[in-house]
Design a binder for this molecule. Structure first.
Ligand SMILES: Cc1ncc(COP(=O)(O)O)c(C=O)c1O
Length: 477
């Protein structure tokens, strides 16, 4: 596609502002001495160029986006609208507390509601993403253990079904990540956990529901075992979209957890924009939270900086405030019953789609799933040479975003599918039909699937080269 600069034609002329020099007196020294060197492109061509560019992107507002582990649900426009209220967008983060009581109330109330939903006792809005929440939580655990004179512990146990950010977080915090195996049902192996617990254990980082879309039913027993060994339990709660209103992780023995506002609470994501990795802790960890914490007195809301054992700040100011506003608007518009229903529907949709696919595709762990499930394309690959990535690319030609591929690592040729609660029955049925059609193609015309996609702005990329040799400039060299 042509770049906007390439549409330039000398002398074609540009849009120019009306001559206002007569009305405004510009001092001589500020006047431009030579004309601006702008590209000359007519206004309608500029508009067409950018509208066309915007149409090259796929988005959840265009179609089904079953990207497992990402919860790409539809984000109601109401939340966008609220986050653009000038009362929220025009305030400066250094404004004194007493002049921004409304904004502080939104932050305070968001934490209060999330505490109620999760059964936790304190929280911070500072982390800007899930992985950032994890790091904050593990640093809090580190500070807690050090404070108790247990700072020599250095191993964080992580199930092989955990999200990849978990081991990365453990090592960023200076710990060794130790893998715990899953059992034959795709759940954490209690025997393997017992064999890995020791006086070196910092704690366990457990994703629940795990990345196979399964709820760790023995979570209480797991937490007890970790606590008995002197460690703490970090729950990766990024998959909370399956649990809202049904399970309070705080009641299951978890010490600290994060939520992804940009997955569960309807903050748009996918383009690397601002998100929210709210971190929640039980009572014994509250004194280690990042400063400032938001509190309320008879005089109103205020920031409390007086937390001597705090791990310090993890973000400028208070985190991504407008992401919090979106989540707060979503929570209020849904209500408790609405959130509970959303989780039920997310689980129902996943199980319905799994049912539609399971005769034709190998569902790795076939028991009832939570919000997502994983199929393995290995049998298809063995018989036709068509891999998980080929199926994912071919889906693009049929107008669907691809599922997550090759994750979790414990499933060969994994396709991880998360339909979310906002999709209709008809969409799920059409997706299942298309998946079956692609399977037929794999057996009849494997080359066609292997070379897909054909109907996208760019065809099959060399993904390794694309990642290693980023082209971030319009210009060569
Ligand atoms: C289970 C789980 N944990 C952690 C993360 C990391 O979140 P983020 O990408 O916001 O850092 C994700 C992201 O999708 C996730 O699905």
């Amino acid at each position: 596609m042509e770049l906007i600069f390439e549409k330039h034609k000398e002398g074609r002329g540009n849009y120019t502002f009306p001559d206002f020099e007569e009305d405004v007196e510009i001092p001589e020294e500020y006047k431009r001495k030579s004309p601006l060197n702008l590209v000359e492109v007519p206004e309608n061509e500029v508009v067409r160029h950018y509208v066309r560019l915007s149409q090259l992107n796929y988005a959840v507002d265009i179609g089904f986006y079953p990207l497992g582990s990402c919860t790409m649900k539809y984000n109601p426009k109401l939340n966008e609208e609220v986050s653009r209220f000038p009362g929220f967008t025009n305030i400066h983060p250094l404004t004194p507390d007493h002049l921004v009581q409304g904004a502080l109330e939104v932050m305070y109330e968001t934490i209060e509601i999330l505490k109620k939903l999760t059964g936790m006792d304190g929280g911070t809005l500072q982390p800007s993403a899930g992985a950032h929440g994890e790091l904050t939580g593990i640093l809090i655990i580190k500070a807690y253990l050090k404070d108790k004179g247990e700072g020599n512990r250095d191993e964080v146990l992580i199930p092989d079904s955990a999200h990849g950010t978990n081991p990365a977080t453990a090592s960023m915090a200076g710990f060794k990540a130790v893998e715990v195996k899953s059992d034959k049902d795709g759940l954490l192996s209690i025997d393997d956990l017992k064999s890995k617990l020791s006086e070196r254990t910092v704690g366990l980082m457990i994703t629940n529901p795990n990345t196979l879309g399964l709820y760790e039913r023995r979570i209480r027993e797991i937490c007890d075992l970790v606590h008995k060994a002197g460690g703490l339990v970090y729950m990766d709660g990024a998959n909370f979209n399956a649990l809202m209103g049904w399970i309070k992780p705080g009641d299951t023995g978890v010490d600290v957890m994060h939520l992804n506002l940009h997955k569960t609470f309807s903050v748009p994501h996918g383009g690397g924009g601002p998100g929210g990795g709210v971190l929640l802790v039980k009572e014994h960890l509250k004194e280690f939270l990042p400063v400032p914490v938001i509190e309320r007195s008879e005089n109103g809301y205020y920031f409390n900086w007086n937390l001597p054992k705090s791990i310090g700040k993890v973000h400028t100011f208070y985190g991504h405030f407008l992401a919090v506003v979106r989540a707060y608007a979503y929570i209020l518009s849904m209500g408790f019953e609405g959130l509970k229903r959303a989780s039920a529907d997310a689980v129902l949709n996943a199980n319905y789609l799994k049912k539609l696919l399971e005769d034709e595709f190998k569902v790795e762990y076939p028991s009832t799933c939570m919000h997502e499930f994983v199929i393995s394309a290995k049998p298809i690959k063995d018989e036709t040479g068509v891999k998980a990535v080929d199926i994912a690319k071919r889906l693009l030609d049929y107008g669907f975003h691809a599922p997550t591929v090759y994750f979790p690592l414990i499933v060969p040729e994994a396709l991880m599918i998360e339909p979310t609660e906002t999709e209709t029955k008809e969409t799920l049925e059409r997706f299942a039909e298309v998946m079956k059609r692609i399977k037929e193609e794999a057996y009849k015309e494997p080359e066609k699937v292997k070379n897909a996609p054909y109907d996208t702005p760019v065809g099959r990329l060399d993904e390794v080269r694309a990642a290693k040799e980023l082209k971030v400039s319009f210009f060569e060299g």
